[in-house]
Every structure is written in structure tokens, then in C-alpha cells.
Design a protein around this ligand. Structure first.
Ligand code: NAD
Ligand code: ZN
Length: 410
């Protein structure tokens, strides 16, 4: 990737030091800056509309008075928001007990009003009315605790717009026509990216983090033979990231031929449909074949299937590595044989959970690299629905039609 990790570290450190617990910095804009978009005035309506999941499989559009924009706040007119597997799980059975909630966390839009202290984004880039933005985490504590050391794992106490409780100012989720970004949040000016890329930033950050975790094992290298199991949006983005890293031997495993075929557009060089094989030994032999006669150096497990977790060890060579990232939702227990699967093979495993602020900077560079390399990322967004049709968008998602479903607010 084009940005080296030292640069990213420097940028993020600079951002965090300017946050002094307040989030968006109030420092003076730099003379050499990137130039916030024009100073256009936007007509802001008196009310906003937010899609609330009020019951299982039921969204209602609620209307609220447009809130006051405080000195550190940012009002964003939403353009579009991806539907995530977590949103779909909430819609189906509310596993996180969030109902009623204004969902939507994979969103992007245009800044239409800023408080007087808002001058820059979380990377130190000038930010103003007219700029296109995405948000990352809202940290409760010092984000540097987990920000710089990948082995410290996870992100500690943090919230995400679209997965937080409603409050008296409302507009907390991206499935809305306006969202109020409160002071103390993280925000990025991504005006130099097209709309589809911006909608894909959040899920891509999940995979950037997973690949960073994988690299921390020292096993994943540019010439590794890699298996990506699961060809939903998560696995497909994983393939694209590996490809932009220069990894060329990538085999995908799924049960859906259409998704497997599509994985080649993302950069896969071979695929195996697990439905065609009886018994994991036969499946592993097919994977080995597809990799050119050797087992994988590294595997990414991108399904929420316990059987998928059990199987994946069989695809990995002795001394190889595994990144398990498929279980954002508890999918139940998986059976493995510790003797054959881990101990005697000396497999190094890492888990991966969401992303950190630093992964966002890398994600922007990845999406630009994917564009340069001709990887058709926007084809991942197969359906776009208007906000008023959000129930239909979710029905399409849970019927497993297409790949990434987006809800468009304008
Ligand atoms: N770690 C994180 O932070 C994080 C973040 C987001 C999502 N996730 C998880 O990633 C997983 C994938 O997300 P998605 O949106 O791509 O989901 P998805 O349901 O669209 O895709 C999963 C794919 O796995 C395939 N599959 C199912 N069982 C399989 C098996 N035994 N072998 C091979 N393939 C199998 C399915 O056919 C499907 O194409 C989800 O389970 C989600 O919980 C994790
Ligand atoms: Zn998500």
C-alpha cells in the first residue's frame, strides 16, 4: 500500500494529541492545508427523518426537530449508508437488545453546518461545510491505549454512531436524512473519494484491521498462499486487500457459485465450492489442488459458520497462520481437534474485532489503490434503496440477494 505505517502512526499521533479529550480539534487551519470544500450555505430544513428499528423486522421513519449544532458539533446531510450484518441481525432478532434504535453505521454524507470550534478532521485535514465525511469511533477513554499496538487488541470502550441509544437531540444513526456528529467524535474528510467508496469505508476497515492482525503473526507475506473462506462482502473485501498487497495466490471457499465467480473480480486466483465435496479431507485436498499442490500459508475465516471454523484448519500447512474474524455474532460452538488442528501443526491464530482509528487512514489508501488497480469495488454494492423503503432493503439483505445493500438518503 502507498502509505507507510510510520506515516500513519505520525498522522494518528498528531490527531490524537490535538484531541485533548474533546475530539475534533479547534486548532488553526494549516496554510499548506488540503482546503476544505467551498463555503456554500445549505438550506437546512426544520425537521430530520430517522429510521428507527422499533420492533423485530420493523423500521419506522420518525421525524424530529433539527437539533441545535453546538460549538464542537457537526451536522451532516446523509447521502448513503451500507447495511451491515450486525444491522441485519438486529433486524431479525435484536441480539444486542438495542430496540428501539436509529441504526446505520456505514454511512457518509455532506457537512452542512459546523460549530465554531470545528476546523479540522481527526487527521488534521481542514474540515468545513460542503466536505464529504465518514465517522469512526467515539472513544470513552484515551484511544492511544489500543491505537498503536496491534497486539494490545481490540478497541476498549468506544461507541459507533448507529449502534448507540437515542438521546434528547436524536439523529444518532446514519439511516436518516441528517445525523448530528457530537463533539468528541472522530470524523474524516473524505471529499476526494467517490460515494460508493465512501459507503464501503467501514466494512473495508474491518478487513484492514484483520490483515494487520494477520501480519502481526509474521507469517502473511507478499508471496503467501492464502485461503479466504466465505465470499460475503467481508471475505470479498479481504481478497481485494490481499490483492492490493501484491499477494497473487488466493483461493476462495464458499457454497455459492456466483459469489465464488465474483471473487475472481476482487483478485482471487482459484476457488472451491465446499458443497461439491463430501468430508473435510476431500475438501482440503481440493483446496490444496487449487493452491497449486500445497496447503495455505495463511487463512482468513470470514463465515459465521461453526462448521467453517472447524474446516479451516485443514486448509493450512504446518506452521501456517489463521485469522478468525467471522463471528461478530455468537454462532455457537465449533469442534476442532486440538492435537491435529493446532498443536502438532503449530498453527498461529489471531482473532480480529472491528478496527481502530489508525485502520481508517490505511483504508482510504486501500480504496484508492483498489481503484488504481482496477478492482471493481463498487460492484460490491448490488442494491440501493431509498430511506423510505428501508424495510425492503433489509428484507433483500436477509433473503441474501446481492452483496452489499445500501440505503440512500438523497
Ligand atoms: N470481526 C469483525 O469485526 C466482523 C465485522 C463484520 C462482520 N463480521 C463477521 O463476518 C462474517 C461474514 O460477513 P458477511 O457480511 O460477508 O456475511 P455473509 O453471510 O454475506 O457471507 C458469509 C459467506 O459464508 C459462506 N459460508 C457459510 N458457511 C460456509 C462454510 N461452511 N464454508 C464456506 N463458506 C461458507 C456463505 O455462503 C456466505 O457467502 C459474519 O459472520 C460477521 O459476523 C465480523
Ligand atoms: Zn458494519
Amino acid at each position: 500500500m502507498a502509505v507507510n505505517s510510520n506515516d500513519i502512526e505520525a498522522i494518528v499521533r498528531q490527531v490524537l494529541s490535538s484531541m485533548d479529550g474533546k475530539g475534533v480539534s479547534s486548532a488553526t487551519p494549516s496554510a499548506s492545508g488540503f482546503g476544505a470544500a467551498g463555503r456554500t450555505q445549505y438550506d437546512i430544513p426544520a425537521t430530520a427523518h430517522c429510521a428507527f428499528l422499533t420492533d423485530i423486522k420493523h423500521f419506522e421513519i420518525k421525524e424530529f426537530p433539527m437539533p441545535e449544532v453546538g460549538d464542537d458539533d457537526i451536522l451532516v446531510k446523509v447521502e448513503g449508508t451500507g447495511v451491515c450484518g450486525t444491522d441485519a441481525a438486529e433486524y431479525k432478532f435484536d441480539p444486542f437488545k438495542y430496540i428501539p434504535i436509529n441504526l446505520g453505521h456505514e454511512g457518509t454524507g455532506t457537512v452542512v453546518k459546523v460549530g465554531k470550534n470545528v476546523k479540522k478532521d481527526s487527521a488534521g485535514k481542514p474540515l468545513g461545510v460542503g466536505d464529504k465525511v465518514v465517522t469512526c469511533m467515539i472513544f470513552h477513554e484515551d484511544p492511544s491505549i489500543t491505537m498503536f499496538d496491534l497486539n494490545k487488541q481490540n478497541i476498549g470502550e468506544a461507541d459507533v454512531y448507529g449502534l448507540i441509544p437515542d438521546d434528547d437531540r436524536h439523529l444518532t444513526g446514519w439511516f436518516s436524512d441528517y445525523i448530528l456528529i457530537r463533539g468528541g467524535s472522530t470524523i474524516f474528510n473524505v471529499s476526494d473519494m467517490d460515494l460508493d467508496s465512501r459507503i464501503l469505508i467501514e466494512p473495508c476497515a474491518v478487513l484492514i484491521h484483520a490483515v494487520e492482525r494477520a501480519k502481526s503473526t509474521g507469517i502473511l507475506k507478499f508471496n503467501s498462499k492464502v485461503v479466504v473462506q466465505g465470499c460475503g462482502p467481508i471475505g470479498l473485501i479481504c481478497v481485494a486487500i490481499l490483492r492490493t498487497m501484491g499477494i497473487i495466490n488466493i483461493v476462495t471457499v464458499d457454497g455459492n457459485d456466483q459469489r465464488l465467480e465474483f471473487s475472481h473480480e476482487m483478485g482471487a486466483t482459484g476457488h472451491v465450492n465446499f458443497m461439491n465435496y463430501k468430508g473435510v479431507e476431500n475438501l482440503a485436498a481440493a483446496v490444496k489442488d487449487a493452491l497449486g499442490g500445497e496447503l495455505a500459508d495463511f487463512a482468513f475465516q470470514c463465515t459465521g459458520s461453526p462448521a467453517g471454523h472447524s474446516n479451516v484448519y485443514k486448509f493450512i500447512r504446518n506452521g501456517g497462520g489463521l485469522c478468525e474474524l467471522g463471528f461478530f455474532i455468537n454462532g455457537g460452538d465449533a469442534t476442532i481437534n486440538p492435537h491435529f488442528d493446532i498443536c502438532s501443526k503449530e498453527i498461529t491464530t489471531v482473532g480480529s474485532w472491528v478496527y481502530t482509528l489508525r485502520d481508517y487512514a490505511t483504508t482510504f489508501e486501500f480504496l484508492k489503490a483498489a481503484k488504481r488497480d482496477g478492482i471493481p469495488m463498487s460492484k460490491l454494492i448490488t442494491h440501493k434503496f431509498a430511506l423510505k423503503d428501508i424495510n425492503e432493503a433489509f428484507e433483500t439483505n436477509i433473503a441474501q440477494k446481492g452483496l452489499k445493500i445500501a440505503v440512500m438518503s438523497e
